[in-house]
Design a protein around this ligand. Structure first.
Ligand code: SAM
Length: 416
C-alpha cells in the first residue's frame, strides 16, 4: 500500500507501513506469543484484513479557516493547534472519503469556524463520520457550543441532498478545552441509528456508542466467538463490555435457547443493543447499563440479575453448569455474585483489571472468552486467573499497518 501522507512524513499513524503484510502478521503474532502462555490447542491461523479501505470511522480534527478548512490530525510539526489535512487517508472506506469532501464545503457554507487550540477560539472541533458497508453514513459535528446550531440546521437540507446515504446527523458538545474527541451532550438532528450489517446481523449504532473500526474483521471476530460458544453449549452467557451487542447477539443467534445478558457502561450503546435485539426478535438477549468491573454480589446490578433470574424463572441465567441455581450457591462465599456458564469480556486497552479478574477466578463460569486489543493487559489479566487455562487463541488483524491487533482467547476452568 502506498500513502502519500506517510511518504511526505506528515502522518506516522501507520508506523508499520514499510513492512510487507505477511511480515506485519508474523511480527504481531510473535509479539502476542511472547506475552501469552501457549494455548493448549494452539493458535488458529490469523484473520487477515485488507491493508486499506477498511476503517468504517473517521475522527477528524478541523483546523484552518472557514474558507479553507483542514480535515485531519494535529500537525506533527508546526505551531500548536495546526492541523494537517488527511481527508484522503487511504484507510477509510470510500464513502467516508467522499463525505469528507462534501463536509469540507459544508463547513464553509454554514460558516462553521474551526476551533483554534492555541487561542481557544472558534466552534468546530472535530467531525466524526461512520459508514456502513451499504455506504450509509452517520455524521457528528463536535462543537464548542450551540452557537452554530441554527446555521447547521438551515443548511442541513442541502447536506442531505448531497449525501443521500446520510442517516444520522448530530451535534456533540465539547465545551471543555481538553484533548478529548467528544463530549457528553448530543443533540440529534436527523435519524437515530446507523444500521451496521455484520454478516446477517444488523446492529444499530446510536451516536456515542463504540463500534469496532474494521467491520470485516469484527464480523470474523463475532463469528469465531459464536462458534466457540456453540461448542460449549452453555445455558447462559454474559457479555461484559458488550458495546452495541456484537458478541451477545451473535451468540444469542447461534445458540437457540441461550440466555444472554450484555453489560456496558454507555447507555447509548445499550439502547442500540436493545433495539437490535428487538428487531431480530431475540427475546433471549437482555442488555443492562452497568460497570463490568463491579463484582460485589450484594446489591449490585450484576448480583441482582443473577439472583432474580434464578429465583423467578428458574431459567438458564441463574443456573450453573451442574444445573444448580446460582443464587443459592452460598458455598462460594457471600461476596461471590451468581455467575453464568460462559462470560465474554472485551474491555478497552486497559484490560479487565484486578477486581473483575478476581471475580472470574473465584466464580463458577466454566469458560471465558476474552477478546483483547492489548496483549500486554491480556497477559496480566490471564496471570491473575490461574484457575482458567488458555485453550485456544486467534489473532485478528483489526488494525493493519500498526503494531496493534485483536486477540480472541478461549479460557476453560481447570479440573477442580
Ligand atoms: C473494546 S469496546 C468493546 C465493545 C463491544 N464488545 C464490541 O465488540 O463492539 C469496550 C467497551 O467497553 C465499554 N466500557 C468501558 N468501561 C466499561 C466498564 N467499566 N463497564 C462496562 N463497560 C465499559 C466501552 O463503552 C466500550 O463500549
Amino acid at each position: 500500500m502506498r500513502c502519500d501522507y506517510f511518504e511526505r512524513d506528515v502522518c506516522r499513524s501507520c508506523s508499520w507501513l514499510p513492512l510487507s503484510y505477511d511480515d506485519q502478521l508474523d511480527d504481531k503474532l510473535a509479539a502476542a506469543r511472547a506475552l501469552l502462555p501457549e494455548p493448549r490447542e494452539g493458535w488458529l491461523a490469523p484473520v487477515r484484513s485488507p491493508r486499506e479501505r477498511f476503517r468504517n470511522k473517521a475522527k477528524v480534527s478541523v483546523g484552518g479557516t472557514v474558507d479553507a478548512p483542514l480535515l485531519g490530525i494535529p500537525s506533527l510539526a508546526g505551531p500548536v493547534g495546526a492541523v494537517t489535512d488527511l481527508a484522503a487517508c487511504p484507510l477509510h472506506v470510500e464513502p467516508i472519503e467522499a463525505a469528507l469532501g462534501t463536509l469540507r464545503s459544508f463547513v464553509t457554507r454554514a460558516t462553521l469556524v474551526p476551533y483554534d487550540v492555541a487561542t481557544r477560539r472558534g466552534e468546530l472541533k472535530h467531525l466524526l463520520v461512520t459508514a456502513n458497508p451499504r455506504g450509509e453514513l452517520m455524521v457528528r459535528f463536535v462543537l464548542r457550543s450551540r452557537e452554530a446550531e441554527t446555521r447547521i440546521r438551515k443548511h442541513l437540507p442541502d447536506l442531505l441532498a448531497e449525501l443521500p446515504g446520510l442517516r444520522v446527523v448530530s451535534l456533540n458538545l465539547l465545551p471543555e478545552h481538553a484533548a478529548l474527541t467528544e463530549g457528553a451532550q448530543e443533540i440529534v438532528l436527523v435519524g437515530d441509528t446507523l444500521t451496521m450489517p455484520v454478516d446477517d446481523l444488523d446492529l444499530h449504532l446510536r451516536p456515542r456508542s463504540f463500534f469496532q473500526t474494521n467491520t470485516g474483521v469484527a464480523a470474523a471476530l463475532y463469528r469465531r466467538a459464536a462458534a466457540w460458544v456453540g461448542e460449549l453449549a452453555p445455558h447462559s452467557l454474559w457479555d461484559l463490555y458488550c458495546g452495541v451487542g456484537g458478541f451477545a447477539l451473535s451468540a444469542a443467534r447461534a445458540v437457540p435457547g441461550l440466555d444472554v445478558l450484555g453489560v456496558e457502561i454507555s447507555d447509548e450503546a445499550i439502547a442500540s443493543a436493545r433495539r437490535s435485539a428487538a428487531d431480530l426478535g431475540l427475546d433471549n438477549a437482555r442488555f443492562e447499563v452497568g460497570d463490568a468491573t463491579t463484582v460485589d454480589g450484594s446489591g449490585t446490578r450484576r448480583g441482582e440479575v443473577g439472583r432474580g433470574e434464578a429465583d423467578t424463572t428458574g431459567g438458564a441465567a441463574g443456573r450453573t453448569t451442574s444445573g444448580a441455581p446460582a443464587g443459592d450457591a452460598d458455598s462460594s462465599g457471600p461476596d461471590v455474585a451468581p455467575t453464568p456458564d460462559v462470560v465474554v469480556v472485551n474491555p478497552p486497552r486497559r484490560g479487565i483489571g484486578p477486581d473483575l479478574a478476581a471475580w472470574l477466578e473465584r466464580g463458577r463460569a466454566e469458560a471465558v472468552l476474552y477478546s483483547s486489543c492489548n496483549p500486554t493487559t491480556l497477559a496480566r489479566d490471564l496471570a491473575a486467573m490461574p484457575s482458567l487455562r488458555l485453550e485456544r487463541a486467534q489473532l485478528l488483524d483489526m488494525f493493519p499497518n500498526t503494531p496493534h491487533s485483536e486477540v480472541l482467547t478461549l479460557l476453560r476452568r481447570r479440573e477442580r
